[in-house]
Unconditional design. Structure first.
Length: 192
């Protein structure tokens, strides 16, 4: 009888350890198929939007618009404010389940212009695409009992590790793992 309790405990731990990986798989399938309901269940949109807005705001305020500042310093401040307002508006409309699904459907339609885009089929990944996907995962494990971190990125062409990396944080909320934060490391690499 004692071995049954041990076996049940070990099974429970294994299920718990696999749970966030399944949540990421479910989210990926929802994104791939354009299923807004699944995406909505797996992402805490308010937290993600706030995080992305803060990152963009930091970049916009920390980078002086050199050319405009030289010509008219007061104009550069107004341009930075307008850029932040436009970025916030774009983030509000894009970072929604429907916005992500629509964006992916448009990207898929651009790749295959002769097919209907009412609902994207789930594509089969080639062996090469699977290797590339696993090659982009830099870290995927718990950082606390209720927080899971996934780092995606690849080295630059010259092999250095300062490439743009996406850090996805998931939090256990009730009985569901949800994406609560998306961080872009080395965001200053982008030309905003």
């Amino acid at each position: 009888m004692k071995w049954a309790k041990w076996a049940a405990g070990i099974l429970a731990v294994l299920v718990y350890l696999a749970w966030p990986y399944y949540a990421l798989y479910d989210l990926a399938q929802g994104i791939r198929s354009g299923d807004a309901a699944t995406i909505n269940q797996r992402v805490d949109w308010d937290s993600v939007r706030a995080s992305v807005k803060a990152q963009v705001q930091t970049i916009l305020t920390s980078r002086p618009m050199m050319a405009m500042q030289r010509q008219n310093p007061n104009s550069a401040v107004g341009d930075a404010t307008r850029a932040a307002t436009m970025a916030n508006s774009f983030i509000d409309t894009t970072l929604t389940p429907e916005g992500i699904a629509n964006m992916l459907q448009r990207l898929k339609a651009a790749e295959t212009p002769n097919k209907s885009t009412s609902r994207m089929p789930i594509p089969r990944l080639s062996e090469r695409e699977i290797e590339a996907l696993f090659g982009s995962v830099k870290f995927a494990f718990f950082v606390s009992p209720v927080h899971f971190r996934l780092d995606l990125g690849s080295p630059n062409r010259n092999g250095s590790t300062d490439a743009l990396t996406v850090r996805v944080m998931m939090t256990l909320k009730g009985t569901r793992w949800q994406v609560t934060d998306v961080r872009l490391a080395n965001l200053d690499m982008l030309k905003i």
